[in-house]
Design a protein around this ligand. Structure first.
Ligand SMILES: [Zn+2]
Length: 402
């Protein structure tokens, strides 16, 4: 699948230029090909960044192969917090800087989303290229440039570096816990609402837009949706499709230099929940598990309260005119969006949570996030922001049955 999409991606989103990711493969035994790539590029001193779990999942095997090829490998384990989780915060990042020698030729990110966020930041700041070795198909950030960091207790996405290569070993990905694949599926399910929010931001606020990217993102999600059974079984076909879709989503964000197609109001809810968990010192939930569940909440909201855009009580005449002009296409998009029930059933099928309460998120927090999350991205329009701007606001959660 990827070859055709990569060519089109370069043509439609990157002015025909070569992508900064020189090589990308999603194959069984991809780990075996990493040493050849590094030797080819003349990288002899490499630093592998991992955590306890990912060392076991892929790090140890990779280490043996790299040493067998005569490379000098140093490993740096990202510290875990009291919940045995790695956080991309100041403490972790400083440790990475201290432990990474300046004479390093290349960094290897061996892990899932957070290990990649840490590595891409260190890579950008130390000006050392990095290779992505995902250990689970759990998130779409592997190939993007954005590194969400927790700085002074607040989440901030910093533009950092994209990997120069991705070696996604299907044997490793298929052996990862089911909740990781379910989270990856949840990050793709988020596209059911994020692509609509991108349409809103274009139609109502004239924000940057790219038609090919919108279609590609929508079709990647549709493909994953058809493969729920094989993703649930974690077979090679399903995990390959999921991983390729996640990689494509990251590349679209990277080439456009913004995350609009992949991240709408459902991501803003998820970020808000994450910040509250952080404040309360709670164990974090997987990013994709939250965005999938949040997509269900947002779909429910839009289908019930945003399906008559021309009647929204908007005062600003520019908005009013644009809403009237585009109400038919907005209604069409909303009708095409899977319902919260459908999204929930798909999430359950792949073994993930479907409702906020299953993530330990109570109705009060959902309600609070529906009121506050649109402030997290002041300059990004979404259906949720539109409801607030129009003065209609959001109804109490859980929403009343129609
Ligand atoms: Zn995401």
């Amino acid at each position: 699948m990827l070859k055709k999409e990569l060519k089109e991606l370069s043509d439609h989103c990157y002015e025909g230029r070569a992508l900064p990711v020189w090589h990308m493969e999603v194959e069984p035994d991809s780990l075996k090909h990493v040493s050849g790539f590094l030797c080819d590029k003349g990288f002899h001193r490499v630093v592998m960044i991992h955590d306890t779990n990912t060392k076991q999942a892929a790090g140890d095997t990779l280490m043996e192969q790299l040493q067998g090829a005569g490379l000098h490998v140093q490993t740096v384990r990202a510290p875990e917090n009291e919940h045995e989780q790695v956080t991309a915060d100041e403490r972790t990042i400083i440790q990475m800087f201290v432990q990474t020698p300046e004479q390093t030729d290349c960094l290897l990110a061996v892990g899932a989303g957070t290990i990649h966020d840490i590595t891409r930041f260190v890579s950008a700041k130390m000006k050392i290229p990095f290779v992505s070795i995902p250990t689970a198909a759990s998130v779409d950030g592997f190939t993007s440039k954005g590194a969400p960091l927790i700085l002074d207790g607040v989440k901030r996405t910093v533009q950092a570096a994209a990997p120069i290569a991705v070696y996604a070993d299907l044997n490793v990905l298929c052996s990862a816990p089911q909740e990781m694949a379910a989270a990856g599926f949840g990050d793709m399910a988020a596209k059911a609402t994020s692509v609509f929010d991108w349409e809103i931001s274009r139609l109502i606020a004239e924000e940057p837009y790219n038609e090919w990217a919108s279609r590609a993102m929508h079709s990647a999600w549709s493909t994953c949706r058809k493969e729920t059974k094989s993703i649930a079984q974690r077979d090679e076909k399903g995990i390959r499709i999921l991983m390729e879709s996640l990689l494509l989503s990251g590349l679209i964000m990277m080439t456009l230099d913004h995350s609009r197609p992949a991240s709408g109001a459902e991501h803003h809810l998820s970020h808000y929940w994450e910040l509250i968990f952080l404040k309360e010192g709670r164990r974090q939930k997987l990013h994709g598990a939250k965005t999938g569940v949040a997509a269900g909440v947002i779909s429910d909201l839009y289908k019930r309260y945003l399906n008559d855009p021309e009647d929204l009580p908007v005062e600003d005449w520019v908005y009013k005119r644009r809403l009237e002009e585009h109400s038919e296409s907005m209604k069409h998009w909303i009708s095409e969006m899977p319902s919260s029930r459908e999204i929930g059933e798909l999430l359950r099928k792949v073994g993930g949570p479907a409702l906020p309460e299953e993530l330990g998120i109570g109705n009060e927090l959902v309600q609070e996030s529906l009121h506050q999350a649109h402030h997290l991205r002041e300059h990004r329009h979404t259906g949720l922001k539109l409801l607030h701007l129009s003065g209609r606001g959001v109804p109490p959660y859980p929403f009343a049955q129609p």
